[in-house]
Design a protein around this ligand. Sequence first.
Ligand code: ACO
Length: 402
Amino acid sequence: VVDISKLYAQTGMFTYDPGFTSTASCESEITYIDGDKGVLLYRGYPIEQLAEQGDFLETSYLLLYGELPTPAQRADWVHRITRHTMVHEQLARFFQGFRRDAHPMAVLVASVGALSAFYHDSTNISEPKQRMVASMRLIAKLPTLAAMAYKYSIGQPFVYPKNELDYTSNFLRMCFAVPCEDYKVNPVLARALDQIFILHADHEQNASTSTVRLAGSSGANPFACIAAGVACLWGPAHGGANEAALKMLEEIGSVDNIPKYIARAKDKNDSFRLMGFGHRVYKNYDPRAKLMQKTCHAVLEAVGKKDDPLLDVAMELEHIALHDEYFIEKKLYPNIDFYSGITLKAMGFPTSMFTVLFAVARTAGWVAQWKEMIEDPSQKIGRPRQLYTGAAERLYVPIDQR
Ligand code: ACO
């Protein structure tokens, strides 16, 4: 009988790092985070500058190609993305198979995966041109699929893309236009959503991006890999936290109740946590949260909800927590999810769409990371080891002797 501990001794050294808190899984040139200083860079550019001066399509180009586009490259990129916004008409029929109350994320996971059946030409990942076509198709079609998932969930007809609009205005129109009424995109909301997309576009090796890379390392096609990323993002500890933060603010309800919730968050015997606070990597203010706070103010003003009591609760909660010893000592600061729920709600999105919007934005990062992984000559199939803690080798017992 083999002694398992001796077996491990023979296999040489390996590390045991649950949750990969201190293990790098790859080399990457795409995104840099300094969690102690609260710095986030895409290809070296600070997130603040990209969010304030750039736009989402330009950011997608930067993530994929490594450089900001020249005016000619930008015009070509926008044109190519715009030309790929339609999905195959048969895909619309695929939607009819879902229950009418299906969660839009369930529909999105399935429809993104289904793209591989409709665009078989770009499943050939050994062709550099096809890798780029697949990346463009994904960035271009995700808003269309996301809007279709939303329309389906509320029983309204799909709205086809209108390609003379910019990326985000087109998406807002596909979500909110109805056939019997004129719909004009509010430019303040379009700009705000575009900034939200920039803030969510990439965040190095988070759970969903690592999922995309792991799926891609086996040679799976890009549509299947991104569907895996969407599935991972759906979890409440990842893409679902903004919904939890909004629910918490609604539950707190008024600034008078804040001390009670702060006390609960500090109580070791209470599992309650302040949602939208704390981050695995940021031990300082999440730079995206600061930008999101500004965006939140702009959106509330644009929709005439400047005096939203939820915003008062959020701002007071932030103020109290930032001056509280417990939060200071544990380095707990607001993260991107703290203000995004209030902002998206004010734009008219139901909570079931929050993670869907995150997926639209993160697709840019996922495809850039997938492409970088495929093109890395040192790339191997991802195959984590384990620390076996089960039974030692033992003899099979025939059924009549058990
Ligand atoms: N409220 C109160 N206490 C907290 C909070 C919080 N939001 N977050 C962490 N703490 C405390 C923990 O109780 C722990 O205390 P202890 O040292 O006395 O045991 C300490 O701070 C460290 O917490 P960990 O959970 O070990 O830190 P980790 O880095 O693993 O977790 C996480 C980070 C999951 C984000 C955590 O801060 C949290 O649960 N926050 C609330 C949920 C949230 O906002 N998630 C969104 C993350 S951003 C994103 O995914 C886009």
